[in-house]
Design a binder for this molecule. Structure first.
Ligand code: ADP
Ligand code: MG
Length: 331
């Protein structure tokens, strides 16, 4: 069973950044308003995610770590996925590839902690925590040296984690995020910080994008808001005259989930076809929201690809939504 967990774990957790993604998504699902991420040595020796979300009751802690246990879906409706988590795979996978501890306090309960190492679970013990959840993952892949070997430098893994946190932060402007490198001990060094934004959807998003991508982008971007056949597209896309840092500033989200999807990138490029030369990529942060039954996010455990029931609608929405905004702006 420990072996099965380790194999399955490899699918969910490819590198420290994928562990960070799973843990932060859990914190988001838990309704957190502040999420703090501490890492050491590129996440290889420590990843700690602290949230002020709903917490987990002591009796539920062993369940949270059991394979295919999820509090978010009853198993009968795999297509109807509203939250990030839906497989109940992340925590057991992390417990199989590192030393995992989950300390949590749910309202009306005492705080408690559970530890797992090499897939073996220890009994739940009392702990001290005022609210929320702290998940600590130490020594990732210590039991799978083959995988350790494939990890990149601390610097590269840190970069990948920061990129992951930035993308997650873009999709959740109302949540405050901090990412710190605590390799040296103590409070460590700030790698990223975004305070909770307030205001309506577009105000909050504009504020968050100013902080994450840059003022320069946000102030030179068109507001996008379009719908088609049950799909809503919103966000900000750069004016064709904006040229800085273009290659690294395409951020796409489906139902709040960061995705890297060829079809969607292609649609974005097509929308700007008349305005940008082939080697230029339009900067944009775009969100598609739709009924979960219209999109399959279950293609791969890493969940960065999506399959729309009707890809043509998604593509058409992006192309027409952006062209419309460009035309309105006089392009
Ligand atoms: P999934 O997210 O797919 O449900 P996970 O293995 O990531 O599966 O988490 C298992 C369960 O543990 C979740 O369904 C949730 O009930 C609980 N859980 C995990 N992280 C947190 C958290 N930060 N706050 C509250 N509950 C959590
Ligand atoms: Mg999860």
């Amino acid at each position: 069973d420990a072996a099965i967990n380790r194999i399955a774990a490899g699918e969910v957790v490819e590198r420290p950044a994928s562990a960070v993604k799973e843990l932060v998504e859990n914190a988001i699902d838990a309704g957190a308003t502040r999420i703090r991420i501490d890492i050491a040595d590129g996440g290889k020796t420590l990843i700690r995610v602290t949230d002020d979300g709903c917490g987990i009751a002591p009796d539920d802690l062993p369940l949270a770590l059991a394979r295919h246990a999820t509090s978010k879906i009853d198993g009968t409706d795999l297509l109807n996925i509203h939250t990030f988590g839906f497989r109940g795979e992340a925590l057991p996978s992390l417990g199989a590839v590192g030393r995992l501890s989950v300390t949590s306090r749910a309202p009306g309960h005492d705080a408690a902690v559970i530890r797992v190492s090499g897939g073996r679970m220890e009994p739940v013990r009392p702990a001290a925590l005022s609210a929320g959840t702290v998940v600590e993952l130490a020594d990732l892949f210590h039991a799978t040296p083959a995988r350790l070997k494939f990890m990149r430098s601390d610097r590269a893994e840190t970069q990948a984690i920061a990129d992951t946190v930035r993308r997650l932060a873009m999709a959740e402007p109302a949540i405050g995020f901090t990412l710190r490198d605590v390799s040296g001990g103590g409070e460590g060094r700030s790698l990223f910080r975004a305070d909770a934004e307030s205001g309506d959807l577009f105000d909050a998003l504009h504020g968050r994008l100013s902080g994450v991508i840059g003022r320069d982008f946000a102030d030179n971007a068109l507001r996008i808001d379009a719908t088609r056949d049950g799909l809503r597209l919103f966000g900000y896309a750069a004016l064709p005259t904006y040229s800085r840092g273009a290659a690294v500033t395409q951020f796409l989200f489906v139902n709040g989930r960061p995705v890297r999807d060829k079809m969607l990138y292609g649609a974005l490029r097509a929308a700007y076809f008349d305005f940008l030369s082939r080697d230029r990529h339009p900067a944009a942060a775009l969100f598609i929201d739709c009924d979960p039954t219209l999109v399959d996010v279950n293609v791969h455990p890493a969940k960065s690809e999506v399959r729309f029931r009707d890809p043509g609608t998604a593509r058409g929405l992006i192309v027409s939504g952006l062209r419309h905004a460009l035309a309105e702006a006089g392009h």
